[in-house]
Design a protein around this ligand. Structure first.
Ligand code: ADP
Length: 305
């Protein structure tokens, strides 16, 4: 029984204070997979990479964190997407991902094996960025796998993580694709800022209302330093952050929140306790300049789920 996290791993170059770039690996589903593993969950990453040394290194990074890599397809003569991140406080930069192997996950030889494992998972986790990668053929296969998985008892967890650039400004397509994903989701973990921009939601409560209309039974609306709004088991409650922080770097905080929330729910913790665990892990990540803060895997010695 495991979580399958579906998405992309990119090469990431982050500019340091000295102006030089340091090499790492990034991607929302990748971060969440690693933080899930650190939280003690059994997790596999489903993506596609090239056959180059950087693809090898990205896989080694995941494997060293205890993330299973048996659902990673490889394409020869292709390299992963690339993200450049500036040290300008806002972490602006550029991304090259038009030819990312991850875009073809559900069209490459072996896609059916990936789909079978999505169907067999206990939880499937993916984001709106994941969905923005695929062609209509790929999307159809992914959505069908979610549906079959659900019929077999898999729980589907989705963070819309809306980014204007991922959708090339096509908000209508983003909304249409997200609607299809939401109709197949058990748990939605959006950020209020993203939902307000894409759907015009006036408040986190409006986001909860809109998402439950799609049939999503559990909704957690993250809202920066403001309380998360948690709707589950028919109740809606605010879960405040334990402490408001002045973040060093906000990247991957939402991904870490999602991982800790999911890991806690897999251990049958209550939604409010899970949200608090999410806040706590996000707070740690906010205080580090890296997406993947240093630290031993939390799974060591713990029971795996
Ligand atoms: P995302 O990073 O996905 O855009 P948010 O900005 O809503 O999402 O932040 C994700 C989580 O990070 C929040 O739910 C909260 O737990 C934590 N967080 C964000 N900003 C702060 C802050 N200033 N102080 C404390 N916690 C924060």
């Amino acid at each position: 029984m495991r979580v399958v996290s579906v998405g992309e791993v990119m090469i990431e170059l982050v500019r340091g204070q000295d102006g030089r770039f340091a090499l790492g690996y990034a991607g929302d589903a990748f971060h969440t997979a690693i933080y899930l593993s650190r939280c003690g969950a059994s997790v596999a990453l489903a993506t596609a990479l090239g056959n180059d040394r950087y693809s090898d290194e990205a896989l080694e990074t995941a494997a060293a964190e205890g993330v299973a890599t048996d659902l990673v397809l490889r394409i020869g003569d292709r390299v992963p997407g690339l993200s450049l991140v500036e040290a300008d406080g806002n972490r602006n930069g550029e991304i090259w991902r038009d030819t990312s192997p991850a875009r073809q996950l559900f069209e490459l030889p072996g896609w059916d094996r990936v789909a079978e494992q999505v169907v067999a998972a206990q939880y499937v986790y993916f984001s709106g960025v994941t969905l923005s990668l695929y062609s209509n053929v790929g999307l159809g296969r992914m959505l069908a796998a979610l549906e079959f998985g659900r019929e077999r008892g898999a729980k589907i967890a989705f963070d819309s993580n809306w980014r204007f650039a991922c959708w090339r400004g096509d908000d209508q397509r983003a909304r249409a694709v997200f609607s299809e994903a939401l109709r197949r989701s058990d748990l939605a973990l959006p950020s209020f800022e993203d939902e307000a921009k894409l759907w015009g939601d006036a408040s986190p409560a409006a986001t909860v209302e809109r998402l439950t209309t799609f049939g999503v039974r559990e909704v957690v609306v993250k809202n920066g330093a403001s309380p998360a709004l948690v709707h589950a088991e028919g109740r809606t409650v605010e879960v405040p952050v334990p402490q408001k922080l002045d973040p060093v770097d906000t990247r991957a905080a939402g991904d870490a929140f999602n991982a800790a929330y999911l890991a806690a729910r897999m251990k049958d913790e209550k939604p409010e306790a899970a949200a608090l665990a999410g806040h706590r892990l996000a707070a740690e990540v906010l205080q580090h300049p890296e997406n993947l803060m240093p630290g031993p895997r939390r799974a060591v010695g713990e029971k795996r789920h």
